[in-house]
Design a protein around this ligand. Structure first.
Ligand SMILES: CC(C)(COP(=O)(O)OP(=O)(O)OC[C@H]1O[C@@H](n2cnc3c(N)ncnc32)[C@H](O)[C@@H]1OP(=O)(O)O)[C@@H](O)C(=O)NCCC(=O)NCCS
Length: 164
């Protein structure tokens, strides 16, 4: 794969809302949140949202800090920027943050048919750990649960991120 080099990951701010919504609307397999859902990201404790920029915002990831376990709630890379390693970078940064905050594992749910996302998570060491029957609607589909156990913290995470 051709890997990106000039991108930057930073915490999302309310000024990123239009970009987050546009990315969401352009991705049929994303979590598809409402504008109110995205606004809540900046009002609720325990939510972590990062964006990746390469000139402009090309993607985002949203995580939830549940103490010893974190959850990846949403991730989208602009379709024109997919396949360049940006999604990998965002997940890695979130894992690093979770690790530095003392999390022991990160979970997520993904549509069974979402091959790209499942391959991304498998590449990063997530393992399938369960199935939620008919978890998704429109269309009705099972969710697969993926889990990655984290070693003790080593690296430094994105500056200023966490508790957005
Ligand atoms: C899933 C998603 C975030 C991946 O982001 P990305 O930047 O394209 O991923 P990367 O370039 O970092 O690719 C990482 C790995 O994912 C896998 N992958 C990515 N796109 C893929 C595709 N279209 N088909 C199969 N595997 C794919 C590959 O294993 C790849 O590693 P490799 O190229 O070294 O083999 C992106 O496709 C996306 O935004 N999809 C729409 C929204 C969505 O479905 N979100 C997930 C909800 S759970």
């Amino acid at each position: 794969m051709k890997r990106e080099t000039g991108s930057r990951v930073r915490p999302a701010t309310p000024a990123d809302l239009p970009a987050l919504l546009a990315l969401d609307r352009g991705a049929p397999t994303a979590a598809r949140w409402s504008e109110a859902d995205y606004r809540r990201l900046f009002a609720e404790a325990g939510r972590v949202a990062l964006v990746i920029e390469d000139g402009s915002v090309q993607g985002f990831i949203v995580g939830r800090d549940l103490g010893p376990e974190w959850e990846i709630e949403n991730i989208v890379i602009a379709s024109a920027a997919q396949g360049r390693g940006l999604g990998t970078r965002l997940v890695q940064e979130l894992l690093k943050l979770a690790q530095t905050q003392g999390a022991q594992a990160v979970f997520l749910e993904v549509r069974e048919s979402n091959r790209a996302a499942r391959a991304l998570y498998a590449t990063l060491g997530f393992v399938e750990s369960g199935r939620r029957k008919s978890y998704y609607r429109n269309p009705d589909e099972d969710a697969l649960v993926y889990k990655k156990s984290l070693p003790r913290a080593l690296g430094k995470a994105v500056e200023g991120a966490g508790g957005v």
